[in-house]
Write a protein that binds this ligand. Structure first.
Ligand SMILES: Nc1ncnc2c1ncn2[C@@H]1O[C@H](COP(=O)(O)OP(=O)(O)OP(=O)(O)O)[C@@H](O)[C@H]1O
Length: 306
């Protein structure tokens, strides 16, 4: 039972009651010699929206792929809805999770309706439920007629169909990789409002990346990622207050500046950070050689991946 095997890393004042939809501990992942995720720790509380922010190329998409279970991590461990992703029998990836990838996975020859029916069948929805969700989503996401072919849609429309496919089965966890790119401001606000509403039930959790940094103020927690790890993980207001600034962008700038001056900042701003994080990752082994076979079991002592 992974729940009973709490490690020191999980001991935070509020962790007694708090349940997490996603926990990443000391996660490392490389592409060949390129180290993309570097001892990354991240916690998405259940029933909350987590905004994952960071510059282009810092590893956000790579992390989301590891969380959804389509990419293996080289080190550390990840728990998603109680089990490691892609654990035998776990429905992550599967119907417990709605994943909107950055590179859209749509069939050009399908119509919008075919696409949603296809995903509905995969997730075991009834025809009636699929039709009801389809009507709602087409209206909500401002999509063209449902018999339009995916190949004839604009880039923004395709992204919205893909978002519709992720929302279709009302999953417990939404993993959304830049869902608001190519979406007009009115619809962007509507999408965020919808996310805020669905997490209110306490049963749905969301992790979302965006390049519109200020829209992430609507998230309950933001994680600011740089160079493959988190510089901070905190409610947006607390973060801005901590840095005496009025925008998330300024907070991020402050964090980047201090990180550049001091080297990695592992102090209190990163919950779950341990004290020995000064360890350099520079001389690490080539992690393209998967070491999953020797990955510690959940709850065991985790070595650093350097
Ligand atoms: N399949 C791959 N093979 C080799 N390198 C890759 C691969 N996928 C991503 N990378 C590299 O890993 C780094 C992180 O990429 P990733 O897509 O995770 O970043 P990101 O933060 O999502 O960026 P963006 O915000 O621009 O989408 C980049 O340097 C990228 O070039």
């Amino acid at each position: 039972d992974s729940g009973s095997m709490k490690t020191d890393l999980e001991a935070s004042p509020s962790s007694g009651q708090e349940k997490f939809a996603i926990r990443c501990r000391d996660v490392c992942r490389s592409y060949g010699k390129l180290k993309v995720l570097n001892n990354l720790n991240l916690s998405v509380p259940q029933g909350q929206i987590y905004g994952l922010l960071g510059p282009s190329g810092c590893g956000k998409t790579t992390l989301l792929k590891c969380i959804v279970g389509t990419l293996k991590i080289s080190w550390g461990h990840i728990t998603v809805l109680g089990k490691p992703p892609a654990f035998p029998g776990h429905e992550v990836p599967g119907k417990m999770v709605g994943y909107m990838p950055q590179d859209l996975a749509l069939y050009n020859e399908f119509t919008i309706s075919d696409t949603l029916v296809f995903f509905g069948r995969i997730h075991g929805l009834t025809w009636k439920d699929t039709q009801a969700r389809m009507d709602f989503l087409i209206d909500f996401l401002d999509l063209p007629q449902k018999n339009s072919l995916v190949r004839n849609l604009s880039g923004g429309q395709k992204r919205r169909v893909s978002l519709g496919a992720a929302l279709l089965q009302n999953p417990e966890l939404l993993i959304l990789d830049e869902p608001t790119v190519g979406v007009d401001p009115v619809l962007r606000a509507k999408i965020w409002q919808h996310l805020v509403e669905i997490v209110k039930t306490g049963k749905v959790s969301v992790i979302i990346t965006t390049h519109y940094i200020e829209e992430a103020r609507q998230a309950n927690v933001v994680g600011l990622m740089r160079n493959g790890h988190l510089l901070a993980e905190s409610p947006p207001d607390a973060l801005m207050k901590q840095h005496s600034v009025t925008t998330l962008e300024q907070s991020f700038l402050h964090l980047c500046e201090s990180s550049d001056q001091k080297g990695p900042i592992w102090e209190s701003i990163s919950p779950g950070a341990t004290l020995d994080r000064k360890q350099s990752f520079e001389s690490g082994r080539d992690e393209s050689q998967s070491i999953l076979g020797v990955r510690p079991a959940l709850g065991e002592e985790i070595s650093k991946c350097s």
